[in-house]
Design a protein around this ligand. Structure first.
Ligand SMILES: *Cc1c(COP(=O)(O)O)cnc(C)c1O
Length: 480
């Protein structure tokens, strides 16, 4: 029987250069108009919130609609949150620069796999340049090296896996569980570290949470007690994790003290700098991460403070050698030997097999706007954090949680006869989101609910903060 090898027309159309040109030009115009509008018209909603079931029903109907693809993209824009809006002051997601977004278009057309050199020559070379740049800013020497991976969560897991292989060689990876391993972390550590420790098989006992001081930094004076206590219980502590900064309050742990503790006790020292590690680029704020160069591994998200679309994370090791030991296994069809150390085959060191071309987005920021663009952004956002805190302090209806070290500011509304401040502040946030005028989030500090802002957008200004507080004041008048 002869196969019919005539190609279906719609398969040919998949790669039509003229479709790309026509739809692409219109789409770029639409996105440029969108950027213009969200930045200049603050009255427009940051988020036009819809109930999830309604949203689902809307998109189910869309599939059978005969409206154009441009119409589809317009609906996507209308029904998404706008991080470029100056009144987006919510979760820690970078406001990507236009050049990094355009680099995303290039990477999505090329779709180079990047985990293997031949599947991304340029992107692997750029990845080396970008990660070497970060290593230098950390203060690491020439033996350091790192790579990019998809998000801080995965990077933290990878780092702890490297720590396990370095400090408990053979355990789990080769021999299965033959020791009870543990890590020391702050109570304020990001939940992904907790998950990582559980994935690594440490269990609840193996994630030892050390209390924090009044500034939500790990209490270093009790570290010895916690370590001794763990040993008594038969646990082998392999690592300590420092927050730079914590997610909830933006607090930086005393990294110097943690480095000394790790060195004295032969622990791996990992720093979760997913959010605030970017201060290494800032002359003004790098003091916050003093001691970062003494860590064995550091994670920094480019998609948080560093102007790059999600996800895009650097994991850097003080000793490049350690990064190759993480996954010592054979994958013969990919490369000849797992033993050889090839920086250009990052698949040897990451979880990922097919990997996004992340480096272009970071590199294009540096290339177009200059090497100090990250510094300018960090300085602006951290300065704004302090300015906002001052504004809050000057309004007696509000209470500031702590003076912020970073661009994360927590506060609550207290001007009420009501006993239930948690209910009131929660309701305030809900009303604020429904109004679409601002986007902020919330957090629990102990038993207390606080309104939480991370100032991510360098175009946000003091007038926006004042308007936010005014709006909260107004809303609180209606809450029963
Ligand atoms: C955001 C964040 C993470 C998680 O990183 P993702 O890139 O969102 O996976 C981990 N730690 C801290 C401190 C963070 O702020």
């Amino acid at each position: 029987m002869k196969e019919n090898t005539r190609i279906d027309k719609s398969l040919q159309q998949l790669y039509s250069p003229s479709d790309f040109r026509e739809i692409g030009h219109q789409l770029v115009d639409m996105l440029a108009d969108h950027l213009d509008e969200v930045q200049s018209q603050k009255e427009n909603p940051v988020l036009a919130f819809k109930d999830p079931e309604k949203e689902l029903a809307f998109w189910k109907r869309d599939m059978s609609s005969d409206a154009s693809m441009l119409d589809f993209y317009q609906k996507i824009l209308d029904r998404s949150i706008h991080v470029h809006h100056p009144r987006y002051i919510g979760h820690q997601v970078a406001v990507p620069s236009v050049i990094s977004s355009l680099s995303g278009l290039v990477t999505d057309v090329l779709s180079n796999g990047t985990g293997v050199y031949e599947m991304g020559m340029a992107s692997n070379a750029l990845e080396r340049i970008v990660t070497d740049f970060v290593a230098k800013k950390i203060g690491y020497g020439p033996d350091s090296a790192g790579f990019l991976t998809s998000g801080g969560t995965l990077a933290n897991l990878t780092a702890l896996l490297a720590a396990r292989n370095a400090k408990a060689p053979g355990c789990v990876w080769e021999e299965g569980h033959n020791q009870k391993l543990a890590v020391l972390v702050s109570e304020e550590v990001h939940y992904c570290i907790d998950r990582a420790a559980r994935i690594l098989g440490f269990g609840s006992d193996g994630i030892i949470k050390v209390p924090t001081n009044v500034s939500y930094q790990i209490e270093t004076s009790v570290l010895n007690n916690y370590l001794e206590n763990a040993k008594t219980k038969g646990l082998t502590v392999i690592a300590i994790v420092g927050c730079a900064s914590s997610t909830s309050t933006g607090s930086y742990d005393d990294l110097e003290a943690l480095a000394v503790f790790a060195e004295n006790n032969n622990l791996w020292f990992h720093i979760d700098g997913a959010h605030g590690g970017g201060v290494i680029f800032s002359e003004k704020y790098k003091y916050l991460a003093k001691g970062i160069d003494r860590a064995d591994s550091v994670v920094i998200d480019f998609h948080k403070m560093l102007l790059t679309p999600s996800l895009n994370t650097a994991l850097i090791f003080k000793q490049s050698e350690d990064s190759y030991k993480t996954f010592e296994q054979k994958a013969q069809y990919l490369w000849d030997s797992q033993q050889s150390r090839e920086w250009y085959n990052s698949g040897k060191r990451t979880f990922e097999c097919t990997k996004l071309m992340m480096s272009l987005k970071v590199y294009s920021n540096l290339r177009m706007y200059g090497e100090d663009i990250f510094e300018k952004n960090i300085n602006r956002l951290y300065d704004l954090g302090k300015a906002f805190a001052e504004i809050i302090k000057n309004r007696e209806e509000f209470e500031l949680l702590i003076d912020p070290e970073a661009n994360i500011v927590n506060f609550r509304y207290i001007n009420t006869a009501s006993e239930d401040l948690n209910y009131l502040n929660s309701k305030i946030r809900e009303e604020l989101i429904l109004s679409g005028k601002f986007y902020i989030v919330q957090t629990m500090i102990g038993e207390q609910r606080y309104l939480r802002t991370s100032i991510m957008n360098p175009l946000t200004d003091e007038e926006d903060f004042k308007a936010l507080l005014d709006e909260i004041e107004r809303i609180s008048g209606f809450i029963k």
